[in-house]
Write a protein that binds this ligand. Structure first.
Ligand code: ADP
Ligand code: 5GP
Length: 204
């Protein structure tokens, strides 16, 4: 039996999901990040096993054949997947697990619905601002930026399929909203804002 809850987060690349997550995870205990597997090459500063498990296409395909992935998708020309055993092991420890996955992966999980999940979409305030952020981040080539902007328009169409939509315009406000959603979802599950079960219920 699992005790933690899944939080599915999607956003067009550059919307600020990583920035928001880092801040909220630093504030709220009991949240764990699911480290995906990908065939994408590491960006400067990315660490294997922390940001992603960086693997080859052959390795990815072998894992996929073995049914290792809870969901997987091809995004911007690379393969990405969520390890089922890793997520189940994290949930079993009682922590809530954050999946940073694209709109295709979120749709797969929504259909299978085997694990309780809350879904959140993070949107930039505009496509112009998204472009500014992608360029400002300085981690991607011009070709990659153009591909990500093109895909952003398609990804934005899926925003209404999510339970929560957070517009990351003013950073501090978006952080507050994301934190509030996690706390509210924990309350729905009869748990404290910090994630533990409410003790008095066990005493009744
Ligand atoms: P993602 O993980 O969604 O691809 P990042 O978190 O890497 O996006 O953010 C992309 C860039 O935008 C980063 O340089 C980040 O500092 C910047 N950024 C994030 N949120 C905001 C915001 N609310 N206002 C301005 N810049 C932001
Ligand atoms: P990036 O290359 O910028 O880190 O991520 C590109 C896209 O892949 C983002 O939309 C991110 O959410 C998505 N992604 C990362 N890991 C996974 C995963 O395990 N599954 C799916 N479906 N998408 C993922």
């Amino acid at each position: 039996m699992t005790t933690g809850k899944l939080f599915i987060l999607s956003a067009p690349s550059g919307a600020g999901k990583t920035t928001l997550l880092k801040r909220v995870m630093a504030d709220l205990p009991g949240l764990a990040f699911s480290v995906s597997h990908t065939t994408r090459l590491p960006r400067a500063g990315e660490v294997d096993g922390v940001d992603y498990h960086f693997i080859t296409r052959d390795q990815f395909e072998a894992m996929r054949e073995h049914g290792t992935f809870l969901e997987w998708a091809e995004v911007h020309g690379n393969l990405y997947g969520t390890s089922r055993p890793a997520v189940l092991a994290q949930l079993a420890t009682g922590v809530d697990v954050i999946l940073d996955i694209d709109v295709q992966g979120a749709a797969i999980l929504r259909k299978s619905a085997t694990i309780p999940a809350a879904s959140l979409f993070i949107s930039p305030p505009s496509l112009r601002e998204l472009e500014r952020r992608l360029r400002g981040r300085g981690t991607d080539s011009e070709e990659t930026i153009l591909l990500r902007l093109k895909n952003a328009k398609i990804e934005m169409e899926a925003a209404l399929d999510y339970e929560y939509l957070i517009v990351n315009d003013r950073l501090e406000q978006a952080i507050d909203t994301l934190r509030a959603v996690v706390i509210a979802e924990r309350s729905r599950g009869h748990r404290l804002p910090t994630g533990q079960a409410i003790e008095i219920l066990g005493e009744l």
